[in-house]
Design a protein. Structure first.
Length: 101
């Protein structure tokens, strides 16, 4: 029988495994925000894994980038082989999230 702490560790491992994007992609997104004149603190990056992936397959899902100060948001396909960072950069340049401060 597993202890409570072992169960919690398993939950944490499962949650980490189901993440659509890794910490390096989050850092890349924050770099893009800064390069385009925005503050990363204005934004929230929300990821949602595909609830029913076909196994075995790469984890896919979506990433929503939300500018909290204006409410502007955009959803991107994310996961293996996605181009969400390229699309985010394009949208930042196109002022989809408004003007930087």
């Amino acid at each position: 029988m597993l202890t409570r702490s072992e169960i919690e560790l398993l939950r944490q491992d499962l949650n980490a495994a189901l993440k659509v994007v890794g910490p390096d992609e989050i850092e890349d997104a924050e770099t893009l925000l800064h390069e385009n004149g925005f503050s990363a603190e204005e934004f929230e990056i929300i990821q949602q894994g595909n609830p029913a992936p076909a196994f075995p397959s790469a984890i896919t899902g979506t990433v929503v980038v939300l500018r909290m100060t204006s409410g502007a948001a955009k959803e991107y396909d994310a996961g293996s082989g996605s181009r969400w960072l390229v699309e985010l950069d394009r949208d930042l340049k196109a002022k989809v999230f408004g003007l930087p401060h």
